[in-house]
Design a binder for this molecule. Structure first.
Ligand SMILES: Nc1ncnc2c1ncn2[C@@H]1O[C@H](COP(=O)(O)OP(=O)(O)O)[C@@H](O)[C@H]1O
Ligand SMILES: [Mg+2]
Length: 286
């Protein structure tokens, strides 16, 4: 059953590299304006999922529908609905910001008389208006990321795929990027599928989070509900030098348990990392 505000419906997607599945039996749906996160460690299958959903690689099984139509039988139509920011930047360093955006506008058949206005608006949205005529090679890492994001929006896609958009950036620059991505969703109403291995990024930005591990979705809910299911309060303590956690529904219960523990211990609120640990026995970021 297709709800009419559903942009993307993915069912039972499979991608194998050799004998090993990079993505197995992955299903998801994204509605207009929604902000979905795909959170998982390195090698979990996040980039492979984005590549499958944007047509960069073919699945070995499963279905991808954009507005109820098969991606495989209507690839051109679907690609007009999609904006993509890949994990590796693909800007032309020798061109200016304006020229990079203009190239994208031409590739997407944006009429000549609209291009200038749309490009200026994009530069402004990214806080880069005064840098339009500067070569991209003079840009900082954060400026390049902002430029790639607004470039991907020039043709007004319905859904934006962001693959690890803040990887390798300083915390301050990362927060700037979060602000931009948040505004894209709130102001432009673009639906977003963002992949990340940063816990805080998923918690801060995403309305719903799917946790991915070894190619499979192992949990799916709002960040608050995911944490509630494991226990929203954590007693963290050292057991023979090893850090351990116990989970409680309320702060009172956690504080009562804390009193029983000898040695170093504290109570804190649960994070999505705790959810991952509880489900897999491992940390997301090792
Ligand atoms: N082109 C490829 N050829 C072979 N194996 C690949 C290829 N791309 C990814 N993989 C493997 O698939 C798994 C998922 O990779 P990837 O989707 O890049 O994970 P993530 O983006 O979550 O770090 C990993 O085990 C990776 O080594
Ligand atoms: Mg990746």
């Amino acid at each position: 059953m297709q709800l009419n505000n559903t942009i993307l419906t993915v069912s039972n997607l499979v991608k194998n590299y050799g004998a090993k599945p990079a993505v197995s039996d992955l299903s998801l749906g994204i509605r207009e304006g929604e902000f979905l996160g795909l959170l998982g460690p390195n090698g979990a299958g996040k980039t492979t999922t984005i590549k499958l959903l944007t047509g960069l690689t073919k699945p070995d099984g499963g279905d991808i529908l954009y507005f109820g139509k098969s991606f495989f039988s209507h690839p051109k139509q679907a690609k007009e609905l999609i904006g993509v920011v890949p994990q590796q930047s693909n800007l032309d360093r020798d061109l200016t910001a304006f020229e990079n955006l203009n190239l994208h506008a031409i590739l997407h058949n944006i009429p000549g008389k609209l291009r200038r206005g749309k490009i200026d608006e994009a530069l402004d949205f990214a806080g880069l208006l005064e840098y339009g005529n500067k070569q991209v090679k003079t840009f900082s890492g954060g400026m390049k990321r902002r430029l790639v994001i607004v470039r991907s929006l020039l043709h007004d896609p319905k859904i934006l795929f962001l693959d690890e958009p803040t990887v390798g950036l300083d915390p301050q620059i990362r927060r700037n990027l979060w602000d931009l991505v948040y505004r894209v969703n709130q102001v432009k109403k673009t639906a977003i599928l963002l992949t990340t291995h940063y816990i805080e990024e998923a918690e801060k930005l995403c309305q719903r989070v799917k946790i991915i591990n070894s190619g499979s979705i192992i949990a799916d809910d709002t960040p608050a509900q995911l944490k509630k299911e494991v226990g929203s309060f954590v007693v963290e303590y050292l057991d023979q030098e090893e850090r351990k956690e116990r989970f409680f529904a309320s702060k009172e219960e956690a504080l009562a348990a804390l009193k029983e523990i000898d040695g170093e211990a504290k109570v804190r609120e649960a994070t999505l990392e705790d959810v991952f640990i509880k489900l897999t026995g491992r940390r997301i970021n090792v």
